[in-house]
Design a protein around this ligand. Structure first.
Ligand SMILES: NC(=O)C1=CN([C@@H]2O[C@H](COP(=O)(O)OP(=O)(O)OC[C@H]3O[C@@H](n4cnc5c(N)ncnc54)[C@H](OP(=O)(O)O)[C@@H]3O)[C@@H](O)[C@H]2O)C=CC1
Ligand SMILES: O=C(CO)COP(=O)(O)O
Length: 332
């Protein structure tokens, strides 16, 4: 049977994954939900997303794109969730656990659902009763903009049932996309959420004027924070140097394409948080994650000075200069 795959979300990463799925040579039917009806009409007519990575040619059938989420979810057995985490709940309004029953749910989101303070896998399990074996996570160091340019990139697909991860990975492989599989869904998700906060920190420091030497120390400390946290939350044997953990941190903290770094850079340069957000037409998950992880860490009490510094700048109105100067004293 030809697999039926639905994309939920219409931003840059959703557009990049739709491109991968269409360029992948295995036979499949692709469905696509996005909230913006005007964008849908544009894609049907011109085969390009008008707002995100618009150079990408989109090859799927026009009748398979809709703003009716119920009908798109009903049509497919693989559902890829890819709206920013802060909008996941509102996007899924009207979708019941029964509507998702028996389907494989793939999170390509690197964020935490704010009201519930849950990573997406936990959210799906707790609120929609999806068994962990049917929840997959797509992660790894990969920016949508480089997918658009067909630059060689690697993704990690995580699922407690690694065979399912392998099947889904086979839908994504192309000349320019290579895939790994992993059984560490919790570590993969938490690392992806955290690296966005460190990319914000990296941007703030760059905006203030710290150089590459300091940046390297910041990121060396950041990977140790990630390790401490994921080992506390889900202690299994994992190599934090794998690309889904360290690689994703590096690309987000250093790349010109990173939304989180760009947002942090503006804050470091003196923009208010609100004006930095308004300036970008894209979403920096690290903004929401900084608060959620701060609350979560009240339970785990892991030593996370970089996360605390970012939280203080974004939510406690603390001066980026003073906060980063104080942070610098704690790094080594
Ligand atoms: N971009 C990338 O390279 C990568 C992104 N990711 C992850 O993918 C997820 C999606 O991010 P990304 O594709 O970058 O998003 P973008 O920043 O490119 O696009 C923003 C998306 O959010 C939607 N949106 C904005 N405001 C609202 C709202 N109030 N309610 C509902 N939807 C809203 C937009 O819809 P509309 O256009 O209708 O306003 C649009 O689809 C994130 O978790 C991100 O971390 C993961 C890997 C790589
Ligand atoms: O996760 C990403 C790259 O792997 C995207 O990060 P940004 O949201 O900061 O662009």
């Amino acid at each position: 049977m030809v697999p039926k795959i639905a994309m939920i979300g219409g931003g840059s990463w959703a557009t990049a994954i739709v491109k991968m799925l269409s360029d992948n040579l295995s036979e499949k039917e692709i469905y696509w939900w996005m909230r913006n009806a005007e964008a849908i009409e544009h894609i049907k007519k011109f085969k390009h997303n008008p707002h995100y990575i618009s150079s990408v040619e989109l090859k799927l059938a026009g009748e398979n794109i809709s703003s009716d989420i119920n009908c798109i979810i009903k049509a497919a057995e693989y559902i890829i969730l890819n709206v920013p985490a802060a909008f996941l709940k509102s996007s899924l309004e009207g979708i019941s656990p029964d509507d998702l029953k028996g389907k494989k749910i793939i999170s390509a989101i690197k964020g935490i659902v704010p009201e519930d303070n849950l990573i997406v896998g936990e959210f799906l399990h707790e609120k929609y009763a999806i068994p962990y074996d049917d929840i997959l996570v797509v992660s790894g160091p990969c920016h949508a903009e480089e997918v658009a340019l067909e630059k060689l990139s690697y993704l990690t697909i995580a699922c407690t049932d690694v065979e399912k991860a392998g099947v889904f990975a086979s839908f994504l492989n192309t000349r320019y996309i290579k895939t790994n599989v992993s059984d560490d869904i919790f570590g993969t998700e938490y690392a992806a959420v955290l690296k966005n906060i460190y990319a914000v920190a990296s941007g703030i420091c760059h905006g203030i004027g710290y150089g590459d030497n300091f940046q390297a120390v910041l990121i060396s400390n950041a990977i140790r924070e990630i390790k401490r946290f994921v080992d506390a939350v889900h202690p299994i044997n994992r190599d934090i140097k794998e690309s889904a953990y360290l690689g994703d941190l590096l690309v987000t903290a250093y790349s010109q394409f990173s939304r989180n770094r760009t947002f942090g850079n503006m804050v470091g340069k003196g923009y208010t948080v609100k004006s930095a957000q308004l300036e970008m037409n894209m979403i920096a998950e690290g903004y929401y994650a900084a608060k959620c992880m701060h609350i979560k860490n009240e339970i785990f009490e892991v030593n996370m000075p970089i996360c605390t510094a970012v939280y203080n700048v974004l939510y406690n109105n603390r001066s980026p200069h003073i906060e980063m100067k104080m942070l610098a004293e704690k790094l080594n």
